[in-house]
Design a protein around this ligand. Sequence first.
Ligand SMILES: NC(=O)c1ccc[n+]([C@@H]2O[C@H](COP(=O)([O-])OP(=O)(O)OC[C@H]3O[C@@H](n4cnc5c(N)ncnc54)[C@H](OP(=O)(O)O)[C@@H]3O)[C@@H](O)[C@H]2O)c1
Length: 278
Amino acid sequence: MGLPMGRNLARAGMRVTAWNRTRDKALPLEADGAAVAHSPAEAVEGADVVVTMLSDGDAVHEAVTAAAPGLRAGQVWAQMSTVGVAAVDRLSALAAEHGLTFVDAPVQGTRQPAEQGTLVILASGPSSAREALEPVFGALGQRTLWLGDAGAGTRLKMATVSYGISLTAVVAEALSLARGLGLDPDLVRQVIGGGPMDSAYFQAKAAAILSGDFAPSFTVRNAEKDTRLIREAGEGAGVRLDVVAAAGERLRRAEAGGHGDEDMAATYFASFDEAHSG
Ligand SMILES: NC(=O)c1ccc[n+]([C@@H]2O[C@H](COP(=O)([O-])OP(=O)(O)OC[C@H]3O[C@@H](n4cnc5c(N)ncnc54)[C@H](OP(=O)(O)O)[C@@H]3O)[C@@H](O)[C@H]2O)c1
């Protein structure tokens, strides 16, 4: 996600300095005029806006802590990774330590919307940050919802990502059941397609499963991480969530079967014993 987002910022004419732990993966950004820093501190030095897009709250905390020598009070920090409700407080405290204006702004949309700059940004934080973030969010997304105090964005993200992950598990189960019952799983697509239960999302995940192309839009590993964050959020709020817990089990089985770096549509494999053999 970070690569296409950095590219869209650079292509929109912003001065971008990127840092990624594995530097090679960020180097393609140079072709778009971005600089690729050797350290988090170098990346944030002199920036008006700092954007983080890493796997989880620990990774973000580690990177921003390492960035400390380059940070200066007054910078706006848009934290866009999916980190969960508890980590938002920890990251907000880290921002306060360095005098940064913290905006919790996770995104809805996978790799393709990130490439096309059509993410939906679930922003929350002080209104004083909005002016600085307007061009940034404008380059990254088609729509920004401002939701109130920092934390609201992540809470909404928990609800929306739970829908996407659960839906993926449901599509995968339907296709795997057809296969297990001795049918061509494409028949499920033919029956659902064009009817009231069809959706672009159903089509995308069914196509991945039927073609065997599990190039990641959103990995099994990150989706499994999100199921744990969603469950924690539900538990904290006294909301019982059964479906996402089951989806988490499927994702853990798929990961144990060697599918962790594939798209979460690979939860399909969790239906069969071969998930355990890899
Ligand atoms: N993909 C989606 O559809 C999607 C949609 C919405 C939100 N998200 C969220 O966006 C975030 C990024 O997702 P992604 O799909 O881009 O994941 P990804 O492809 O797995 O990339 C993870 C990134 O985090 C970095 N990272 C991991 N651990 C780190 C650590 N300890 N220190 C520093 N960097 C670390 C990785 O660096 P290396 O390159 O060195 O491994 C990589 O840049 C996640 O929070 C995800 O839940 C993803």
